[in-house]
Design a protein around this ligand. Structure first.
Ligand SMILES: Cc1cc2nc3c(=O)[nH]c(=O)nc-3n(C[C@H](O)[C@H](O)[C@H](O)COP(=O)(O)OP(=O)(O)OC[C@H]3O[C@@H](n4cnc5c(N)ncnc54)[C@H](O)[C@@H]3O)c2cc1C
Length: 372
């Protein structure tokens, strides 16, 4: 692993860091070619490695202040574009990837249901085979991008008696008979990342819109989780870096008891801890991204790497702790809406739940380490 950045990587990082400052909506991100980052070159993408995507999104998170928007774009890229590129037929890729990578089409990943959240594959949505079609029935909850999505990646079971082994993945288009989006309850943060419920009511999906083989749903889901858990929160690194800089400035300029507040060790220590969390998160995320590109770093001793779950756990928890510390450092001003810290904190709290809760990340790591 070479830790020195190439001129191309520096350029990509700088381009998104600067461009991100003006990014205010989906279209601006599309203009910056954010959704094209990892998509294959033959389908309009930039074909960047996972490591380059990590660097680019880190820069973007520094420039762009809208964490919700960046999470919405991440869900679209890692949970829809990526599995399509990996498991799609040539026809599916040609039909969907150019639009998804240009941001003209919006993707949503629909697995969670009222009775299956952490136990995601225990879903009740069924796909009944009928000739050369499948008939899907069920209801999905908390689906990021559902209100705008053109394409839903839906998980359904071919036969509930098969348990998780029957789970199969389908591409469902908006406007298809039998699919509708309903409003979800309002959430506390990530306001630019809209969610909804996806209702499948005898929705007929032709065989050619199945993604992968029958019963390949668990494999597709674990590929999505490896990429999403590694890269979805990369923008939080940049957001934490900017927060750290703002806190250091405040500590150098704000005076109490005739002294700069940074001279009080309790304030300085908070800033040191912010830096420690940022460096730890960044190093871990880049190692995990490198591993996605090159395979396990341990010479193949592990068949299943725990790094994606460790990244998801570390970065989400680090972001919550960092924004909480920032609020304390800014005192009363930190608690105002104008300071923006409370919004970042509300956003970060959501990242501890989406893509698997922190408890579940620990649970999966324990299983991968063979201690559970
Ligand atoms: C902002 C946001 C965006 C989301 N976007 C999507 C999306 O795009 N697509 C999608 O399909 N879903 C999405 N979700 C849903 C998300 O994946 C689930 O909310 C999450 O997996 C938790 O499931 P649950 O809410 O049913 O909680 P539950 O599974 O009911 O968990 C409740 C509590 O029990 C704990 N728990 C459960 N099982 C275990 C265990 N084995 N060990 C230890 N503790 C455990 C959990 O950690 C949690 O504290 C999103 C959620 C959020 C908050």
């Amino acid at each position: 692993m070479d830790l020195a950045w190439t001129p191309e990587q520096l350029d990509l990082h700088a381009r998104l860091r600067e461009g991100g400052a003006a990014a205010s909506d989906w279209q601006t991100l599309a203009d910056l070619r954010v959704m094209a980052l990892a998509a294959p070159g033959e389908h309009g993408g930039l074909g960047q490695s996972a490591l380059n995507c990590a660097l680019a999104l880190d820069g973007l998170g520094y420039g762009c202040r809208d964490i919700g928007l960046l999470i919405a774009a991440g869900a679209h890229m890692w949970a829809v574009g990526l599995p399509l590129a990996r498991f799609g037929t040539p026809e599916q890729k040609a039909a969907c990837l150019p639009g998804l990578s240009a941001g003209r089409l919006v993707g949503a990943h629909a697995i969670t249901e009222a009775e299956s959240g952490s136990d995601a594959l225990a879903l009740r949505t069924v796909a009944r085979r009928k000739g050369t079609t499948y008939v899907l029935t069920g209801r999905k909850r908390f689906i990021t991008n559902a209100p705008e999505a053109d394409l839903f990646l839906v998980y359904a079971n071919l036969d509930s008696r098969l348990g998780f082994t029957g789970v199969t993945t389908f591409l469902v288009e908006r406007g298809q008979p039998g699919v509708r989006v309903e409003a979800e309850q309002r959430k506390m943060g990530l306001n630019s990342c809209h969610w909804g419920q996806v209702v499948l009511d005898e929705c007929v999906v032709p065989e050619h819109m199945r993604l992968g083989a029958e019963k390949q749903g668990p494999a597709i889901f674990s590929t999505v989780m490896a990429w999403e858990r590694t890269l979805l929160l990369a923008p939080l690194l940049g957001a934490m870096e900017r927060q750290l800089e703002e806190c250091a400035d405040r500590a150098r300029t704000r005076r109490q008891f005739g002294k700069r507040i940074g001279s009080f060790q309790s304030v300085a220590n908070r800033i040191v801890d912010m830096r420690l969390r940022l460096e730890t998160s960044r190093g871990l995320l880049r190692s995990a991204a490198w591993e996605l590109d090159h395979g396990p770093t341990d010479g193949g001793r592990q068949t299943l790497s725990p790094l994606p779950e460790l990244v998801k756990l570390q970065v989400s928890e680090a972001a919550v702790a960092t924004f909480e510390d920032a609020m304390q450092i800014f005192g009363g001003q930190g608690y105002t809406q104008e300071a923006g810290i409370e919004e970042r904190l509300r956003d970060a709290l959501g990242t501890r739940i989406s893509s698997g809760t922190s408890d579940m990340q620990r649970d999966v790591v324990a299983a991968k380490l063979g201690v559970r």
